[in-house]
Design a protein around this ligand. Structure first.
Ligand SMILES: *[C@@H]1O[C@H](CO)[C@@H](O)[C@H](O)[C@H]1NC(C)=O
Ligand SMILES: *[C@@H]1O[C@H](CO)[C@@H](O)[C@H](O)[C@H]1NC(C)=O
Ligand SMILES: *[C@@H]1O[C@H](CO)[C@@H](O)[C@H](O)[C@H]1NC(C)=O
Ligand SMILES: *[C@@H]1O[C@H](CO)[C@@H](O)[C@H](O)[C@H]1NC(C)=O
Length: 199
């Protein structure tokens, strides 16, 4: 049931690593204008977010969430949650902050500054203002994948509702999600904005 395509994933990881390594040497001349533009766009925003502290304390990680259905989770400037296959898409860079013990965290788009929230009906949306709907519980699965369930809302029968991207990169309604389904599985990927900003 939980089979996935290892070679495809590895090749994507490989591309991602190339991108990260590439980011470290902006002075290298073998970059395409598109790559440079993408990097500059992201790093510009990083300077902004450094002065923008909305919650005190808590462990903060900058990550991309890569779904087992092969999409990077994005939150755009309209608060839409979606998936992209472009690893340089700035809207896929997420700030993941620990809110409380037991793996409860808040996930915010670095560029859009929207938090991922899930309402009672299980609809995923970006929200400018943080509230309890933005709390998700991180659970560790096998093979380094994690699942993120709403810390506030469950289905009517009490089972968890997860952040999930289907095979087309579209978000699923919480009620349709299951922990066992690959749509709910994400690999948190390291994304060093500091490296980019300092380059
Ligand atoms: C979501 O992503 C898909 C696939 O990349 C794209 O076709 C669609 O227009 C996007 N939707 C929104 C609301 O951005
Ligand atoms: C959840 O959000 C969707 C989309 O905005 C909305 O249609 C629905 O009524 C909301 N559900 C609740 C319980 O607020
Ligand atoms: C809870 O409801 C969902 C559908 O909303 C269903 O898929 C799931 O099997 C149910 N779980 C239990 C334990 O009844
Ligand atoms: C996972 O969920 C999707 C969308 O709800 C469904 O089409 C698919 O059959 C599910 N896959 C498994 C293995 O349960």
């Amino acid at each position: 049931m939980l089979k996935w395509n290892l070679p495809t994933l590895l090749s994507r990881l490989y591309l991602h690593i190339i991108f990260l390594l590439g980011s470290m040497c902006l002075t290298c001349s073998d970059r395409t204008p598109e790559q440079l533009a993408a990097i500059m766009k992201c790093s510009k925003h990083e300077r902004h977010t450094r002065n923008y502290d909305y919650m005190e304390g808590g462990d903060v990680r900058i990550r991309q969430l890569f779904s087992r259905t092969q999409w990077f989770l994005t939150i755009d400037d309209h608060g839409n949650i979606n998936g992209t296959q472009d690893p340089t898409n700035c809207y896929s860079i997420l700030e993941i902050r620990t809110v409380s013990e037991g793996g409860v965290l808040a996930i915010k788009g670095v560029k859009s500054q929207y938090y991922i929230s899930m309402n009672k009906s299980g609809v995923l949306q970006g929200k400018k203002t943080y509230n309890e709907n933005c709390n998700f519980k991180e659970e560790f699965l096998e093979n380094f994948f994690n699942a993120y369930s709403s810390a506030k809302w469950t289905k009517q029968n009490g089972t968890e509702m997860f952040i999930a991207l289907n095979q087309n990169g579209r978000p699923l309604r919480g009620r349709k999600t299951k922990k066992e389904n690959i749509s709910s599985h994400f690999l948190p990927m390291y994304f060093s904005l500091n490296v980019i900003a300092d380059a």
